[in-house]
Design a protein around this ligand. Structure first.
Ligand code: DGL
Length: 270
């Protein structure tokens, strides 16, 4: 058994949808969460900047004695994470590989949709992972940059007028293309899965990257006999902007109350 915490990071609050899934599958784990709320969103930035930020995020988490890192950010996972993961002595896992595999397992027609930030859609990471597993797959991609600010602003209820309008426009091409599986390629999107699922229709399976990475990490920790076998782990949260704003919105993302401390930190010099 390894009782060291798991480090989880995202550009902002979206990665908390992964924390929710991690807690469901591994309630005994301690989790240290870093949300780079002072620099969110990452999704419109260059690959070089995203890699630089990811390195700073991981360096911060590693100041705590952690046993693994989860990049709970689709943008980081598709923009260089695998190149830098080998630089660390502990596992550094992104959400893309697990979500790609789940999509291949779920599709019946081979037509797989992917929605994400501009940087995730610009990247070919998902295409490569899916086509390696299913060479005949057809991948239909759509960048949905307005979803992140809509979610961060808490406008996530099914039927919210702004969300409805934007989602309708973004999803139209995917609906027309007849995808039967849709990867929610950004960790903010599970919060609006109700609206996305309704607009896509009942025949379309939505893939939540948080659920997939939690299952993958659990398997890995089990194999290494490193699962924390206790009833309930402790959580601590770090942000790079206002801690008060974070605590208010975070419980919405987590589905449970933020009980651990929330601290503001600076990453620039790391
Ligand atoms: N949650 C991030 C992702 O999964 C957010 C996007 C952003 O910072 O633009 O891609």
């Amino acid at each position: 058994m390894d009782l060291r915490p798991i480090g989880v990071f995202d550009s902002g609050l979206g990665g908390l949808t992964c924390v929710k899934r991690l807690r469901e599958l591994m309630p005994g784990e301690d989790i240290i969460y870093l949300g780079d709320t002072g620099r969110v969103p990452y999704g419109g930035r260059s690959r070089e900047t995203i890699i630089k930020y990811a390195r700073q995020d991981i360096a911060f988490l590693r100041r705590h004695d952690i046993k693994a890192v989860v990049a709970a950010c689709g943008t980081v996972s598709t923009n260089g994470l695998e190149e830098i993961a080998g630089d660390y002595a502990i596992p550094v896992l992104g959400v893309a590989a697990a979500a790609a595999r789940a999509a291949v397992n779920a599709t019946r027609s081979g037509r797989i949709g992917l929605i994400g930030t501009k940087a995730s859609i610009r990247s070919t990471a998902y295409d490569e992972k899916i086509l390696r597993l299913m060479p005949e797959a057809r991948i239909v991609k759509k960048a949905c940059p307005l979803f992140v600010p809509i979610v961060e602003d808490g406008r996530i209820g099914d039927g919210e007028p702004v969300l409805e309008l934007v989602a309708h426009q973004y999803l139209e091409d995917l609906r027309r293309a007849g995808v039967d599986t849709l990867i929610l390629g950004c960790t903010h999107y599970p919060l609006i899965a109700g609206t996305i699922g309704r607009l896509m229709g009942p025949g379309v399976t939505l893939i939540d990257p948080g659920a997939e990475i939690a299952a993958l990490l659990r398997r890995r920790l089990e194999e290494e006999d490193a699962l924390a076998d206790r009833d309930r782990g402790a959580y601590s949260y770090f942000v790079t902007d206002s801690a008060e704003d974070f605590a208010q919105t975070a419980s919405l993302f987590l589905g449970f109350r933020v009980e651990g401390a929330v601290s503001r930190v600076s990453l620039e010099d790391r």
